[in-house]
Design a protein around this ligand. Structure first.
Ligand code: CP
Length: 345
């Protein structure tokens, strides 16, 4: 049975803690030969800067090799539907692509965002699930409808901010009880809910008191991720609530994590969502709101539009740990790749 890395929910807290400890060790020393003689195919159906760079570099630093493919651009377009009569754009089926790549490489990474037309289809996460079904090597989620690598990078940044092992603090416990605000922010276009889903999952997994701050009930996240978060609270302690009041939500917060996302009921009707989105530009993360926190840190997965999602002053303040979190992508991905290739064959 191959173990993929599709969602952190599939991995135990002990597994995640071990991955984070290994990532912290990789952060201290780049050295490693865990991927010597091995290779990873990185399939990007959507653009990337951090994910592509950090995976390629991570494979290199562990003695391995990465091959980047953009299906439909520099590689053949792929069909995912079972039983499809392939008389359209796609030149080959994922059943062949996944199995052929599995003969060449030891790991397959997939980035495939939702299509933003029909959430009931997008929420099935068909692209990565098809790769996982057909591949005979581990498949890694590089962002689909969740972003598990960002989750690990985020938690590592928070653990290292709030207390590191060298200061005698157990990193696995240091976030327990911290007041965590996941805030929606304005963006001119409706964006993927992946990072927001992921933030809810991982913040509740680590026992934080989580507030989902969003403009209206329409921006509450998919029930699957709300349910995961509630189950995590039941298992790990902490709490989960929804707020539509920025000042109330920021007051006393230890962590502010920002992301923009489209409201699920408006999928495919984005022109109807636009007036609501435009009326909530004031959800921008700014100095006034950050001053309400309890010396809170700010982060974002990046890329970030300055002075739209967060102000220059917030981005350039010592409270901003977004660059640290971005660096951590390299270390956590090395930890995940090293763990996956070490599985018994
Ligand atoms: N945060 C993140 O995944 O960045 P990229 O989209 O640049 O890969």
């Amino acid at each position: 049975m191959i173990r993929h890395f599709l969602s952190t929910q599939d991995w135990s807290r002990a597994d995640l803690d071990a991955l984070l400890a290994r990532a912290a060790a990789f952060k201290r020393t780049k050295a490693g030969r865990e991927l010597a003689g091995k290779s990873v195919a990185l399939l990007f159906f959507n653009p990337s800067m951090r994910t592509r760079t950090s995976f390629e570099l991570g494979a290199f630093q562990l003695g391995g090799h990465a091959i980047v493919l953009a299906p439909g651009k520099d590689a053949w377009p792929i069909e995912f539907d079972t039983g499809a009569i392939m008389d359209g754009e796609a030149e080959e089926h994922v059943a062949e692509v996944a199995r052929v790549l599995s003969r060449y490489v030891d790991l397959i990474g997939v980035r495939a965002f939702p299509k933003f037309r029909d959430w009931s289809v997008d929420r099935e996460d068909r692209v990565i699930n098809a790769f996982a079904r057909h591949a005979t090597v581990p498949v890694i989620n590089m962002e689909t409808i969740t972003h598990p690598m960002q989750e690990l990078a985020h938690i590592l940044a928070l653990q290292q901010h709030f207390g590191a092992p060298e200061r005698g603090v157990d990193p696995a416990q240091v976030l327990r009880g911290k007041k965590y605000v996941l805030t929606w922010t304005y963006h001119p276009r409706p964006l993927n809910t992946a990072v927001a889903n992921s933030a809810l999952q991982i913040a509740t997994r680590y026992g934080m008191d989580v507030t989902l701050l969003c403009p209206t009930p329409d921006y509450v996240l998919d029930s699957r991720y709300m349910d995961f978060a509630r189950a995590n609270v039941a298992a790990n302690g902490g709490s989960l609530r929804v707020s539509h009041d920025p000042d109330e939500a920021y007051r006393g917060a230890h962590v502010v994590y920002a992301k923009s996302w489209g409201a699920l009921p408006y999928f495919g009707r984005w022109d109807e969502e636009k007036p609501i989105r435009d009326a909530h530009r004031h959800f921008i993360v700014d100095e006034r709101k950050m001053a309400l926190t309890d010396h809170g840190v700010f982060s974002h997965c990046l890329p970030l539009r300055r002075n739209v999602k967060a102000t220059d002053a917030v981005m350039d303040s010592p409270a901003c740990i977004a660059i640290e979190e971005a660096e951590n992508r390299l270390h956590v991905q090395k930890a995940v790749m090293a763990a996956l290739v070490a599985q018994p064959g």
